[in-house]
Design a protein around this ligand. Sequence first.
Ligand SMILES: Nc1ncnc2c1ncn2[C@@H]1O[C@H](COP(=O)(O)OP(=O)(O)OP(=O)(O)O)[C@@H](O)[C@H]1O
Ligand SMILES: [Mg+2]
Length: 280
Amino acid sequence: MPLSSPEIAASPSLEMPPGAAVVEFKNVSIGFDENQVLRDISFRVERGETRIILGPAGGGKSTLLKLANGLIAPDSGEISIFGKSLTGMSEREIFELRAHIGMVFQESALFDSLTVEDNVAYRLHEEHVHEAEAHDRVVEALRFVELEKAIDKFPPELSGGMRRRVSIARAIISRPDLILYDSPTGGLDPITSTTIIELVVKQRDVSHTTSLLITHRLQDAFTLATHRYSQSTGHMEPIPNGELDPSTKFLVFNEGKIVFDGTTRELTHTEDPWLKAYME
Ligand SMILES: Nc1ncnc2c1ncn2[C@@H]1O[C@H](COP(=O)(O)OP(=O)(O)OP(=O)(O)O)[C@@H](O)[C@H]1O
Ligand SMILES: [Mg+2]
C-alpha cells in the first residue's frame, strides 16, 4: 500500500508548563470491585514520544488509556495530561482537554449506522465546524489512511483492516497533540497489521504526535522501533545500520505493576527473567 499523502500536519503546539510531560501518572491505582487492576503506577511520556504498552491480556492496558483520556478516574494517585492534573477537573474541562486527544479504540468502535464520512467527521460536527470545511478535512484524513474511496460506505461494508483505518482517520482529524491507540492491530492478519503499523509510523514521522500504543504483537513494536517513514518512497523503510527510532519507548505491565520502563535497546538487552520469557 503506497502511503503518499503526508498532508496531516500537527496542530499548533499546545501550551504546556515548563518541564511538564504530555502524560504523567503518579502513584495511580484503580480496581473494579475486588479486582485490583493497576497498583501504584508511575511513569512519564515526553512530547514526541511513541510509548508502546505491552503486557498480558487483562493486565489493565485499556484501563490505563481510559484513565489518560479522563473517561474513568483512578481510586488514588494523580494523572496529568499536557501538564494539567485531571483531579478535580470539571466535565467541561475534561471535554475541552479531550479535544486535543485522538483515540483509536480497541475494536474500532465506529457507528454502524453512520457513513464513513460522518464517522470520521464526528468530532468536527460536535465542534460545529462548517460543513464544507469538515468535508475537506475528512477527505484529507481519509487520504492519509488511503481510504478516500470508502467515504460513502457504512462500517459493516468494510473489512477489519479498513475499519481500523477509518478509526485512525477519525482520531487524527482534529490534529491531536496526543494519540491513544488501543490495540490497533488486534484481530488483524499479519499483512493487514503491517499496513496499520505503517500508518502509525507515518503519523509519527510526519506529525511527530506524542502517542501511547497498546499492542499484543511484539512484531508491531519492533517494526515501530526499527522503521521510519520515507517521504520519497511513500512507505516505511528500515532505519539503516540497525539504528533504532529514538522516540520509541516501552512500558511493560504484569499483574498491575510496571515491570519495564525504558528504551528499545534496554528492553532487548534485559536480564530480567520474566521479561526475557515474555519476549520469547
Ligand atoms: N468497567 C469495568 N468494570 C469492571 N471491570 C473492569 C472494567 N474495565 C476493566 N475491568 C477489568 O479490569 C481488568 C483489566 O482490563 P483491561 O481491559 O484494562 O485489560 P487489557 O490489558 O486491556 O486486556 P486486553 O489485552 O485483553 O485488551 C480486567 O480484569 C477487566 O475485567
Ligand atoms: Mg484492552
